[in-house]
Every structure is written in C-alpha cells, then in structure tokens.
Design a protein around this ligand. Structure first.
Ligand code: GLN
Length: 474
C-alpha cells in the first residue's frame, strides 16, 4: 500500500494519528535541504487529536492522520503565508485555502510549510528570501522550482504528500528533478481560493507524492467546484483503467530535440516499454507549441503584474517609511520585491500598457487559443501524450541565475499544458549517469487526471522505479 494510504488505513483502524504526525514533525525539524520554511507543531498536534476524535466517533477519513507539507503561497488560518518574499514577511493568513481545508476535512494534517521561489517565479528555487533549497539527490544541485521545497520534502521522505502550485510547470519540473510524482490538475478542477495568485488563468494547486496512489487520494480530496472560485468546475473523475494495453499514446517528434542524452534515452526506453506492454504509439504534432514560452511570458507576466499590484504597502505587504504616498508605494515595492519579481512586474506592465496591449497581450491570447486547439486535435488521435518534463536533469546552483532566458527555457515542455488548461503530470522514469532522477511527462484531455496517474504508475513500475521516498532520506 502507498505510504499515505497506509497511514490512513492504520489511523482509521484506531492507531492514534499523533505518532505519524510527530514523526513527520521531527523529520521536518531536522531536515538538511532547506525545503521547510516553518513547522506548525501546536496546530498539527491539535489537528491529530481532532482526527483521532473523529475516527473514534465513527468517521472513516480518506487521509486520516496523513502528514502533509504545504507550499508557502497557500493560506492557512493563523499561519504565515509569505510566498517566500520579504514583501509578505509577517503576514498571517486570515482564512484557509479551499484546497487545504478539504484536505484537512479528509483527515490530512499540515505539519509544515515549504520553501519556494519568490511568488512562484522561477525554476530553481534560488529566488526565495529564505535561501535556496538543495536537491536531496545531490545537495550541490537545485531541486527545480517553484515548488522546490514541496518536491524536496517528498523526495527526502519527510512527508508522503506535499502540495504545490503550477502556473508554468512549478509542480512538474521540481517533481521531475527530485524524482517524485507531481500532478498539475485540469484548470478549474481544484479551487484557487486562498492560493496567492500568480497568473489566475494558469494557476492550479496540485499534489506531489512518492506514489501516484497518494497523489490521487489528495486530488480526490481537493477536487470539486467551489463557490469561492468562479473558475472552478465539476469534472467527472471516473475510476481509471490501470493497464497500458490498448492505450493510444501520443509522442511529439519535436519533443526529442535538444534533450540531454540521458533524458532522451529515458524517453525512448519508456516508449519501448509502453509498446511492449501493449500500448500503441502514435505520432502527433503540436505545431504552435514552439510559441508557448513566448506566449506564457506575456500572459503570465501580465497577470502577475496585475495580481501583485495589491502588494503596495497599504493594502498588503511590507510598508516603507516615506514622506508622501507615491514615495511610500515606490519604496515599499522597491524594498519588498526581489529582482525576479521586479522583472516580471515590469514585463507584465509593459505588455498590458496602452499601445502595446494589442501587439503583445492580445496576440498572445490568440496564439494561446491555437495551442489549445492543437491539443484538442492531438487528443482526437491519442488518449495521452508522453514526453519530457525538462530538457535536462537537475542543474547546479547559479548555472542559470544570471541568464533569465536560459532559466525560462527550462520550462519549454511544461508551459503549454497551463496555456491549454489540460492536466499533466511528471513521473520518475530512470536516472542519468550521475544518478540524478529523470522525470517524464504525461498529459491528457481535460478531466483525465486520475487516468494519467494510473498510467504513470504503470510506466514508472515498468521502468523499475521504487514507489518509495528516495534513499537520500536514510
Ligand atoms: N518556472 C516558471 C516561471 O518561472 C513557472 C513557475 C510556476 O509554475 N509557478 O514562471
């Protein structure tokens, strides 16, 4: 049984939730990767007791007593939510994100909050005001980002499930680089209420786990319409078929270009094993995907600049000393935001400004539509698309920090799914010659989230991937 479901099973049978929660708290306190920004001892122990009471009263909870870690951009009543930015230092959330409230209702216990790139801008977790996260498989390398803390926490075995957010790959890329499963759900499947917004038309909250069965349990707890998020919708998540036999699996020839040789070899080996297990491989084209990075950095920055406008030292955020209001805004924002956040705000303000809106934002929206239509056409010919998550395995600290374009290009394969609103996940599928995990991506039509998890499990098992936290935790 998967790690989280094993805990839930035991707690539902009467074992106290306290033991599992205390173990996770101790592991989070002692961790060496800087993936945890704070633990919440008192709240977690009280929540464990509440779970025990509910079980004693006869309830069966799907995630009874399962310790989880939550990215620091999701609000939880009474706890800080800083997006790992100086801007939100000292901010205490006045309410709980719907996705987290639903996990708690299902019996999960939040034990810690995880490190991330500042405001989720980044692919390496190097822009956090708490300092970088180290990859548990090699501490000289980045864990990926922006949910790098969540991925490292799962990879290091601190918690069986961590929650992240994905605007352009921020769950899948770190999951891939840390060797765990990470799902970006169908847009609208999980409520965004209480997620501190980056790009509202792109953001989704999703699970990272060492076993896709645990990710599925978390997804089922979180999913469903929410009156507090007008973009949330009801999707029918029918029970999936686990077998690869008869699966029409799409592959995109262009996805083989520019990959690190070991990543390319892992992709090809996975295709071979899928074929051997009875899947039929179908070549599909996504002709407009090559514009995805450009489109994303117009739409994503435009939405980010709008969403971050409220961080002005008056409504929200760090407040500087100043003599007049204009100076107060300028100083507060100048001091509160880091360099990457400032770059995004300037880019986003530019693409939305009068005279440029038509040339950039509007054009990007039109190309976004073409990207979505490409996926629609592809999914008429296959049930899922298999490809890389990122072109390389985990890179070293500092390698891409000075060159934003290189950093942005590490998201080249993940961004299109956010633009199209489709579900996509990363699953571990081998290692490079240095022993670093290689993640592959599976994407499917809207609502296929559970099915993708089931297929990814079969593909990972066929590659001999152990469905347990990495040995780095030992
Ligand atoms: N790495 C991408 C970026 O920097 C994606 C971030 C995300 O998904 N939050 O924007």
């Amino acid at each position: 049984m998967s790690p989280a479901l094993a805990i839930a099973e035991a707690v539902n049978r009467g074992t106290s939730a306290r033991a599992a929660v205390e173990r996770a708290l101790a592991a989070c306190r002692a961790e060496r990767w800087n993936c945890i920004v704070r633990t919440c001892e008192a709240e977690a122990l009280a929540a464990a007791e509440a779970v025990d009471r509910r079980v004693r009263a006869g309830e069966r909870l799907p995630l009874a007593g399962v310790p989880i870690a939550v990215k620091d951009n999701l609000c939880i009543t009474g706890l800080p939510a800083t997006c790992c930015s100086r801007m939100l230092a000292g901010y205490i959330a006045p309410y709980t994100a719907t996705a987290i409230a639903r996990l708690q209702d299902a019996g999960a216990v939040v034990v810690a909050q995880t490190n991330m790139d500042e405001f989720a801008f980044g692919s390496s977790n190097e822009t956090s005001c708490y300092g970088p996260v180290r990859n548990p498989h090699d501490p000289t390398r980045i864990p990926g980002g922006s949910s790098g803390g969540s991925a490292a926490a799962v990879a290091a075995g601190l918690v069986p499930i961590a929650i992240g957010s994905d605007t352009g790959g921020s769950i899948r890329q770190p999951a891939g680089l840390c060797g765990c499963f990470g799902l970006k759900p169908t847009y609208g499947l999980v409520s965004r209420y209480g997620l501190i917004a980056f790009g509202s038309s792109l953001d989704q909250v999703g699970p990272l786990a060492a076993d896709p069965a645990d990710a599925e349990a978390a997804l089922l707890a979180m999913a469903g319409p929410d009156p507090l998020d007008a973009t949330s919708v009801a999707w029918e998540l029918s029970a999936p078929a686990a077998s690869l036999a008869g699966l029409r699996l799409g592959v995109v020839p262009a996805h083989r270009e520019g990959l690190q040789p070991a990543v390319r070899a892992a992709l090809e080996a996975c295709c071979e094993r899928a074929r051997a297990a009875g899947a039929e491989l179908v070549e599909v084209e996504l002709p407009h995907e090559r514009y995805a990075v450009a489109v994303y950095y117009i739409i994503g920055t435009g939405e980010a600049a709008s969403n971050l406008a409220r961080m002005d030292g008056v409504r929200f955020g760090h407040r500087a000393e100043a003599d007049d209001l204009a100076a107060l805004y300028a100083e507060s924002r100048g001091q509160g935001f880091g360099a990457e956040a400032k770059r995004r705000i300037m880019l986003g303000t530019f693409v939305l400004s009068t005279g440029y809106y038509e040339a950039y934002y509007r054009k990007a929206m039109q190309v976004r539509r073409l990207i979505r239509d490409d996926f629609r056409a592809a999914f008429a010919r296959c049930a899922a698309i298999l490809g890389p998550v990122s072109p390389t395995t985990a890179f070293r600290f500092g390698e891409k920090l000075a060159d934003p374009l290189q950093m942005y290009l590490s998201d080249i394969f993940t961004i299109a799914a956010n633009l199209a609103g489709i579900p996509a996940l990363s699953f571990p599928c081998g290692r490079d010659p240095d022993g670093l995990p290689i993640g592959l991506q599976l994407s499917g039509p809207p609502g296929s989230d559970r099915q993708l998890l089931a297929w990814s499990r079969a593909l990972a098992i066929s590659a001999g991937v152990p469905l347990a936290p990495c040995d780095a935790a030992a």
